[in-house]
Design a protein around this ligand. Sequence first.
Ligand code: PGA
Length: 257
Amino acid sequence: MNRIPMVAGNWKMYKNISEARHLVSEMIPGLQMVENVEKVICPPFTALLAVRALLEGSDIGLGAQDMYWESAGAFTGEISPLMLSELCHYVIIGHSERRSYFGETNQTVNKKLHAALSHGLFPIVCVGETLEENQAHKTHQVITSQLHEGFQALVLDRVEDNGQVPFAIAYEPVWAIGTGQAASPEGANTVVKEIVRPALTDMFGEKLASMTRVLYGGSVKANNAVDFFVQSDIDGALVGGACLKVEEFIPIVQAAA
Ligand code: PGA
């Protein structure tokens, strides 16, 4: 097992370059003091280069929030995994905002996942049910298909330098994102334990399934983070709103340690 906790901050469409520089400079000392947690920040594409320069020499990872699956070509407006691979190591794939506002599907997630891995990027793949699906008792079905279709034809043939599986899953119930209404830690853990890990076991076998980091996302704050991190099957968090505030994000990362 030995899953290293991971906390990733998804900045979404916030912060211009100078604001990003300012925020990261404020965060670096506090983040650097926390050991044994894989710390990742995912600013907008436009701030990646500036943030990368500030993070040089630190143990803080840098990620993008999305990417296209082709390496190059006539795809106006898109950013390729090849381009990202010279800027950052991580990439969020299939966030619910991408799925609901930009038409992403399990099939596009699958293409992006293959492309990210083949370029040496570390994908953080988001899954999660909407409120309607939850109320209709479709959570199991929805997440199982998101994983099976999203990971289709994926062969796991390497691990990261630190021995970890080269991708992570983020379980983010859509109704908990940006609402201040986090899932209950026990409820989220049950979903991970009874739906996410079994789907991973079906695809990759029990050993790799038990080695894969599964994060929780959805209204994680400094005052509730530890309740998620003490759960048996939750290995960290994908943090939205709270990752833009130093006084929130640092305690969340500390809680993961
Ligand atoms: P939130 O967002 O922490 O603001 O709920 C989480 C996410 O979108 O990944």
